[in-house]
Design a protein around this ligand. Structure first.
Ligand code: FES
Ligand code: FES
Length: 163
């Protein structure tokens, strides 16, 4: 029996200990917001938080989770940082096909929880493991800066008003 929490809910399971967390989330808990991409820790689309750290759910077995706290995309918007990130994602219209975006948001929320105003280099280092086939990287970076605070908000062009 393995005991851990998912999105604040305590659970215990006798599902095989070597089952990857991604399978357990999607098939046993129907938390399908976390996406299957490569299945071998290369694309980052399956990123969730375990005790606040971003991890790849496709290669994290249930046996590694005893006593730990898992947070998924379904819950991240209920944290202050996660809410800011999701709002910024909408404001910057980041999403294209959406395939990678759960992983992107989870990685961004983990970054901003640790580093309030990340530099471009820190953003790149934190985010470069999450691959976006649509190439939304520039909008992702802009959204992270918006989420980080007003100091990074983009300057909106002045609007001309007719007299
Ligand atoms: S599905 Fe986990 S890293 Fe690609
Ligand atoms: S938005 Fe399409 S893969 Fe990233």
């Amino acid at each position: 029996m393995i005991r851990f929490t998912v999105n604040g809910e305590r659970l215990e399971t006798d599902v095989a200990a070597d089952t990857p967390l991604l399978w357990f989330l999607r098939d046993n808990l129907q938390l399908t917001g976390t996406k299957y991409g490569c299945g071998i820790a290369l694309c980052g689309s399956c990123t969730v938080h375990v005790n606040g750290e971003p991890v790849r759910a496709c290669v994290t077995p249930l046996s590694a989770l005893e006593g730990k706290r898992v947070t998924t995309i379904e819950e991240i918007g209920k944290t202050p940082v996660g809410k800011k990130v999701q709002d910024a994602w909408l404001a910057e219209d980041v999403v294209q096909c959406g395939y990678c975006q759960s992983g992107q948001i989870m990685a961004a929320a983990a970054l901003l929880t640790k580093t309030k105003s990340p530099s471009d280099k820190e953003i790149d280092e934190a985010m470069n493991g999450v691959i976006c086939r649509c190439g939304t990287y520039n909008r992702i970076r802009a959204a992270i800066k918006v989420a980080a605070g007003p100091a990074f908000a983009p300057v909106k062009p002045a609007v001309k008003v007719k007299a």
